[in-house]
Design a protein around this ligand. Sequence first.
Ligand code: DC
Length: 228
Amino acid sequence: MANFSVAIDGPAGAGKSTLAKAAAKELGFVYVDTGAIYRTVGLAARRAGIARDDESGVNALLPELSVDIIYIDGVQHMLLGGEDVTDQIRTPEMSDYASNVSAMPAVRAYLMDMQRQMAEKYNVIMDGRDIGTVVLPHASLKVFLTAAVEKRAARRHLELREKGIDTSFEEVLTEMRVRDERDSNRAAAPLKAAEDAVILDTGDMTLEESIQALLALIRAERWEGATV
Ligand code: DC
């Protein structure tokens, strides 16, 4: 593989996007948030009035879909039919939609090329659930980020409140447990660490410590010079 690629997988709220974004900025890599792509398909389904567990309905929608990733000032934006839906995909309802549609094999196949093309074009830090196991099995470095579910829920709760989304900690915790369960137990590309992934538990680390830990792993891999 010509480019350097970092695959970051892990459960919801483990800090994947915050850490990946910070590390990408520091290293001049492109950050690819693959959850946002599934969320965009989820939004398309909801707009079309398709229930989130209606697999044949979602499958029928795929050929008409136009989903694109663009970068504005280095920030990933999602386009649905040319409309910027970056903010609209960040609600708890869209988390659920994304979790459901991402369990559908046709949806995963539909989005595979888009993700792989990013890694062919750029040095990437890509986060998701199956990046190290399925999307980029030959990634230069694979990291599985994790933390206890209560800690992840507390972080996500704070994040939602900062965005003005009013929800209780218990609601977020329950939603996160359900999502963990669904993401980990589905047949199609379940959430799991790749055999050659480095496990990074950020539960007892500050944000800055977690970023430094991730950067240290990436730098160590680059210095070994195996792929660059
Ligand atoms: O990371 P996130 O919360 O934005 O992801 C939304 C949902 O999409 C999540 O429940 C699992 C799914 N997903 C996936 O199945 N594979 C990915 N590579 C990324 C996300």
